[in-house]
Each structure stands twice: as C-alpha cells, then as structure tokens.
Design a protein around this ligand. Sequence first.
Ligand SMILES: Cc1cc2nc3c(=O)[nH]c(=O)nc-3n(C[C@H](O)[C@H](O)[C@H](O)COP(=O)(O)OP(=O)(O)OC[C@H]3O[C@@H](n4cnc5c(N)ncnc54)[C@H](O)[C@@H]3O)c2cc1C
Length: 412
Amino acid sequence: MTRRDIAVVGGGLSGYATAIGLALEGFDTLLVAPQAERTDGRSTALIGESIAFLARLGLAEAIEAKGERLATMRIVDDTGRLLRAPTTEFKAAEVGLFAFGINILNADLLTLLKERAGTLSDRLTIETEPVRDISADADGASVTLADGRAFRVDLIVGADGRNSIVRRYSGIALRDWTYPQSAIVLNFSHAQPHDRISTEFHTPNGPFTQVPLPGRNSSLVWVDTPDAAANAKDLRTEKLAERIERRMHSILGAVEVTSEVQSFPLSGASAARMAGERTALVGEAAHVFPPIGAQGLNLGLRDAAALVSAVSASRDDPGSKRALGAYERARRVDVVSRTVGVDLLNRSLLAGFLPAQAGRAAGLAALSGLPFLRRFAIREGLSPGSGFRGLSKGLNERLGTGRLATVDDPLS
Ligand SMILES: Cc1cc2nc3c(=O)[nH]c(=O)nc-3n(C[C@H](O)[C@H](O)[C@H](O)COP(=O)(O)OP(=O)(O)OC[C@H]3O[C@@H](n4cnc5c(N)ncnc54)[C@H](O)[C@@H]3O)c2cc1C
C-alpha cells in the first residue's frame, strides 16, 4: 500500500486550498480530485481570514488581478411590507479599510488553485479516481480509490462536499434541512459602473444580491421561490435581463446576461463534529449554508486554515487526537454561530409575522443610525471575534500581505 502523510478527499475549492496549505507545511499530501460534472457558475465574496489564508498559499496577487474589490455593501428593504428598514450602507472606509474583500468567480479561483497545486508536485500528488472506501483505526487510516489502489495515511481530510463519504465512514451525524427557496446564479454586464458597491435587495422571498466583478460586470445571486427560479431559467435572455434591471430599480442601467443561468435549491446542514478518528471535515462536508451573507466558502477556507495550523503543531502524528481536538476547538464556535445567524436572517426575511418584520427592521435601523454598532457589525462580518477586539489596524496585519490597504494608502 502506498504511503502518504495526509489524504484530502475532494477537489472543490476547500479541498484544493487545504491540500496546498498542507503541502506548503511539508506534509506529503494526496489530493483525490475527480473531474467536476459541471463548471461552477457562482462567485465568492472572499473576506478577512479567507484572503489571509489564500495569501499565505501565494495567491494574493492572482486573486486581486482576477477579482473585484468590495468597497461598500448596501442593503435595500424591498419587501414592500408595512414595517420596512431604512436603506443601510456599510463602507469599508468606516473601519479604515479600502475594501471589505474581493469577489471572484469560483471557476477562476479553482483554476488559480489548480495552477498553484501544480507547482508543488514534489509534495502534492493528485489522483482523479473517486474514493470508494476509507477505514481508520488508532494507528492510521486507509483510502481506497474506485480503481482499487489504496493509500495508507495518518489523516484523512473530508473536503468531499455535502454527501461526504468521509463523514459517513467516520460515523459523524449530520443535521440537515431545506428552505422553500432556490437561488438563481448568473453574471451580467451593465451600462453604469458599480463603483465597487454590492447591493442586496431584501425581498419577501429572499435576498436579490448584486456583487461587483471587474469592469462593468457583476454576479447575481437571486433567491426566490423554486417556481420563480424555474421560470427565470426558462426565460429568453433579453426578457431575463429586463426582469433583472427592473428588480434592481435600474440602479446600474441596462443589463445583459453574460453567463449560463444556474439554479441551486436552498438547504442547510451541520455536522455534529468537525473530526472523527483520524478524519477531519472541511467545507460543505461539515456545514452547508444558504447563499445569504457570503458565508459558505469563507467558513470552508477558515476550516482549511485552522486545520493546517492544528496539524502543523503535531507534526509527528497529524491525525492524533491532540491535533484533531485542537481543530475541533478552533472551529466549533465560528461554525455554529454562523449557521444560526444565517438561518435566522433568512427566516426573518421569509416571515410574514409582524413582530419578526419589526425585529429585522429595527435591527437594520439601529445599524443604519448607530456608528459604533455599524463598526462592530462590519468587524464581526469580516472576521469572527474581531468585532470585540477592534480591527482597523489588525485586519491588514492579519491579511499578511497588506494588499487590502487602508484608506490612507489605497492600492489603486
Ligand atoms: C448560490 C450559492 C452562492 C454562494 N455564494 C457564496 C459566497 O458568495 N461566498 C461564500 O463564502 N460562499 C458562497 N456559497 C457557498 C460555497 O459556494 C460553497 O461553500 C463551496 O463551493 C463549497 O466548496 P467545497 O469545496 O466545500 O465543496 P464542493 O464544491 O461540493 O466540493 C466537493 C468535492 O468533493 C468531490 N467528491 C465528492 N465525493 C467524492 C469522493 N467519493 N471521492 C473524491 N471526491 C469526491 C466532488 O467531486 C467535489 O469536487 C454559495 C453557495 C450557493 C449555493
């Protein structure tokens, strides 16, 4: 049986990022990455620690070149309800930053990660056959591929998505749920510049969110009923463009759809633990979020960063109880608090119940009017825990490269 230090199962964004991080720490790493069935049309608004981690992988410049910075986040209450919140804007400059983060197409980010992985071939082997079987005991673990080849390792990382085989073989329970919504995802160009502003329209069926891409382009995540999503997918692109422009109250002028239209049924899931015997879970293998508040992949990348750090502190045995206990402790609070927060936000949007509407409207009104609360919310959104610590100096330091400069020192 071929020997490696660590096997990472899953060649999505979380899996590639984890495998590269482990290889850079000197672990002899196997990445099992079967070819994806379809190109991922989504984009990710990378924030705070995700960018810091990707910068440590050597991708800071490449991400900046491919993505677009987010300078302002605007929330518009478009529910048409009795109790509506005022339009709220969060500017990165309020906490001394030039940008909150960078929005990049998932397909571009995956290409960058694959290219980086290719430069580490002495420590990182990539196999494209899926995993058929895994086993683990106190002394080590084994991964068997569909073609029968087997690898002996100290640790197996499950980065294999929501139906994770690693999670199942580890006996880690999963709580999962669905929402009565689907997300329509596409990219579009527009007549007016976006000025690095992302606008989220809160509608009774969910958020309709435009996020800037380079040039006069943006990505769209449009959460609506499954029927509305199916209708949108069936529309001719000109009709769809008209509908998008109308939904956005023409703030970016005329719109042209520039990508395939994809739809994703909304669901959530949360694994009972982040680690089992000689196994650890990262990304959607451990937690699935509805696309609200740009949390999913950012949490997956924070998982990857925490796992690399935990196993690097136990080099003699990266699959030891000590390493995996440290990983579990590092991730639990962040994952649970974000799962609850995103779920509550989505349910408050769907609620026809007046007190829930009042609560949401009052919360946004408070954020709109109270500078201290606004700064706290921005810091917490960017980096969990940092709202309590103060951030204006700290974030740039944690970003490691200083590439997201402060307002006094803009990059452009
Ligand atoms: C509409 C939408 C918009 C979103 N927008 C954002 C956003 O703005 N910001 C954000 O942070 N997050 C966002 N997310 C969430 C984010 O896209 C996901 O969290 C992320 O893509 C999950 O990546 P992953 O690598 O964990 O899982 P996946 O991408 O599912 O990768 C899992 C991989 O494992 C592989 N695999 C499965 N089984 C096996 C096996 N047996 N052997 C080997 N390999 C296997 C699969 O082939 C796949 O490549 C969004 C989600 C949705 C639905």
